[in-house]
Design a protein around this ligand. Structure first.
Ligand SMILES: [Zn+2]
Length: 208
């Protein structure tokens, strides 16, 4: 009888040890950190989740934009802003957000690694910060979704997929320069900088 009891106690102790070992194993599983990951080949491994939600979290909501515009009578060049100009700016902001996010989402379907900034119309608020031909890697976009334009109200900056096979970090192509000079994200315009949209009749094909 005693032998059976001792046997049972030993069995229970073993079960408890086994269960605790299982639990601690689950607890020590690491979370997936948002860090740069470099393959042995030297090519960044990219986690190609759409940056849409991250970007929407970072940017002011439509309501905040609307309230801000309601208090503005002129843009940063003292051009007066009417109600229709303000509505157009809000629609333009939403449209540009969508265009740039779609460019990345579509690029992910074909494993695009690099994107460059382009300015179909000059954007004076962006000019001190980012110019045509500055490029970023998909990994940099993943780590810093805030580098996706538009950067401010009335911003005409767009992100364009680079479909070539070349590694743009080693490129000699004229006009293409890396946007990041180190690990830190470069400065960008404040979203509160307002630039009136060109009237339809005044749209030109001038680039920066
Ligand atoms: Zn801009």
């Amino acid at each position: 009888m005693t032998a059976i009891l001792i046997g049972l106690v030993i069995l229970i102790v073993f079960i408890i040890i086994a269960v605790r070992a299982g639990i601690s194993k689950e607890e020590t599983l690491p979370d997936a950190p948002r860090e740069r990951v470099i393959h042995m080949s030297g090519i960044y491994s990219i986690i190609r989740n759409s940056p849409r939600e991250d970007l929407l979290r970072l940017r002011p909501s439509e309501e905040i934009l609307r309230q801000y515009l309601a208090d503005q009578n002129v843009d940063m060049y003292n051009v007066s802003l009417g109600d229709s100009d303000k509505s157009a700016l809000l629609e333009h902001w939403k449209m540009q957000m969508d265009i740039n996010l779609r460019e990345i989402e579509n690029g992910d379907k074909t494993d695009v690694v690099f994107y460059y900034y382009d300015f179909p119309q000059a954007c004076p608020a962006c000019a001190p910060f980012v110019t045509r031909g500055h490029f970023v890697s998909r990994e940099e976009v993943y780590c810093n979704p805030r580098i996706i334009p538009p950067f401010h109200l009335g911003c005409t900056c767009t992100l364009v997929a680079h479909h070539g096979g070349a590694d743009l970090r080693d490129t000699n192509i004229t006009g293409l320069t890396p946007f990041f000079t180190g690990e830190t994200a470069p400065s960008l315009p404040e979203w509160t900088s307002v630039i009136s949209l060109p009237k339809t009749s005044e749209v030109t094909s001038d680039n920066i």
